[in-house]
Design a binder for this molecule. Structure first.
Ligand code: HEM
Length: 432
């Protein structure tokens, strides 16, 4: 499975499902999300009205709620200022991630660290954390999966003059990196991703039998991988998770169950696939529409990580996360009642003028200040370093091969859009 020729062939394969699965509007519409506009200016306007508001972000923007996405109806509050959102992320016992148990999509994935709090969250996160610390990302993810996948995907483009990077690079790279990471290659990775999407969101557009068949297939593939790695340990995420122990509250330890490993793999594929796809497109767009920054980064590659972080501030792909208020609490002068669903609008917080000068501008030279694009506090994105290394490898690879790469003036102007899963409609470029 790991001979380079077969990986190359499999990664290069064309399949109409790429177009089906990795077009922003289609992906978001299937999940029931809004895609038709860029809501950044409205979110800014709301934040200028008040740092915390009653109502959900959708109702405040005048949009309908996503039908059937949550199991419990609750009063909503929306946090918009940097300080309110920072607090929501950091004080996880007061602003609890348990709200994720009420998400219909998350239920399909199963219980994961995303919905745990306190000691339970710490114990479970520490089983997988060693895979995601920077030295491990540099020596394992980057060397084992990221660099090779970038090279193979860019090789595929050589000889072409005009391509849509959103589809040909941004979408494929993270999908292959995370699915190769769990032990699947090439076309197997695409099949698996396809079934996983159907089994999680398919209820909106598929017959129940088809959704169930997709779930059975996903679990079959994962069970097979787990059985193989139990018999003979490999060099992949499942092998590491099988080897590590979960600490128990009484001081004992145990291994994760197969179901817990299933849920973790599904979470990593969802959390790590779509996000990095869309954020990489956003970052390339930011550099190409501020071309002096493309040239600066090309000539001084140490600036690329700053360009990535500034894009995470300027246009974070997922601008809203959720928390549950566990007590009545005053936040920025507003009473947030116990039991409220908090819409943490980090998209608005990341442009708070109390923190950044000229917050609406993309500027890679602004004074350094952490932003909320990959969260903060106990649930801060576990895969942040993986995502950054993927995006940096992709941008470096493009700059090495096609230093004059630019937007294709003959293609329709790409647009940034969406409310829940934001991204570029396309990234059509001329390579030479
Ligand atoms: C640019 C790409 C990415 C963005 C913008 C992003 C964003 C985020 C954010 C905002 C959170 C916090 C959620 C919360 O507080 O409720 C999060 C959590 C998480 N992310 Fe990412 N993510 C990205 C890439 C990745 C990748 C590549 C992986 C894995 C390979 C990953 C795995 C996770 C996991 C497992 C969590 C849950 C952590 C926990 O609950 O303790 N993410 N991500």
């Amino acid at each position: 499975m790991n001979n380079p020729q077969s990986i190359k062939e499999r990664l290069s394969a064309d399949d109409p499902r790429y177009r089906e699965m990795f077009v922003l509007e289609r992906e978001a519409t299937k999940a029931g999300f809004h895609v038709e506009a860029d809501y950044t200016a409205e979110m800014n306007r709301l934040r200028e009205t008040a740092p915390v508001m009653k109502g959900s972000i959708r109702s405040l923007l005048g949009l309908p709620e996503v039908a059937g996405s949550v199991l419990v109806e609750r009063e909503n509050c929306t946090f918009l200022s940097f300080h309110a959102c920072e607090r929501a992320f950091q004080e996880n016992l007061l602003f609890s991630s348990e709200i994720m148990k009420e998400s219909v999509g998350m239920r399909k994935i199963g219980p994961t660290i995303l919905q745990m709090i306190g000691d339970e969250h710490r114990r479970y996160r520490s089983v997988v954390q060693p895979l995601f610390v920077r030295p491990r990302v540099m020596s394992w993810w980057k060397q084992r999966w990221i660099d090779e996948t970038v090279t193979l995907l860019l090789d595929r483009l050589s000889g072409r003059t005009a391509v849509d990077l959103n589809l040909e690079l941004c979408a494929r790279l993270p999908m292959y990196v995370v699915t190769r990471g769990i032990g699947l290659e090439g076309q197997d990775a695409l099949n698996f991703r396809d079934h996983l999407t159907r089994s999680t969101f398919g209820a909106r557009y598929e017959k129940p039998e088809a959704v169930e068949a997709a779930r059975v297939e996903v679990d079959r593939v994962l069970q097979e991988l787990i059985n193989q790695r139990r018999a003979q340990s490999g060099d992949d995420i499942i092998s590491v998770v099988l080897a590590n122990d979960l600490k128990l509250p009484d001081g004992g330890t145990r291994k994760l169950t197969d179901q817990e490993i299933f849920s973790f793999c599904k979470l990593v594929i969802f959390a790590g696939g779509g996000t990095t796809w869309r954020q990489l497109g956003i970052t390339i767009d930011a550099l190409l529409t501020h071309y002096h920054f493309w040239e600066e980064c090309r000539d001084d590659r140490s600036l690329i990580n700053t360009a990535i972080d500034e894009a995470l501030r300027w246009r974070p792909t997922d601008p809203v996360f959720w928390r549950l208020a566990k007590e009545d609490v005053q936040v920025e002068g507003v009473m947030v009642p116990k039991g409220a669903r908090i819409n943490v609008c980090l998209g608005a917080a990341n442009r708070d003028p109390k923190i950044w000068d000229r917050p609406d501008e993309y500027d890679i030279h602004r004074p350094s200040h952490y932003n909320l694009g990959t969260g903060l506090g106990p649930h801060r994105c576990l895969g942040r370093e993986v995502a950054v290394q993927e995006m940096a490898a992709a941008i470096n690879g493009l700059m090495d091969r096609w230093p004059r790469l630019r937007y294709d003036p003959d293609q329709p102007q790409p647009v940034f859009m969406g409310l829940d899963q934001r991204g570029m409609s396309a990234v059509p470029v001329l390579l030479d």
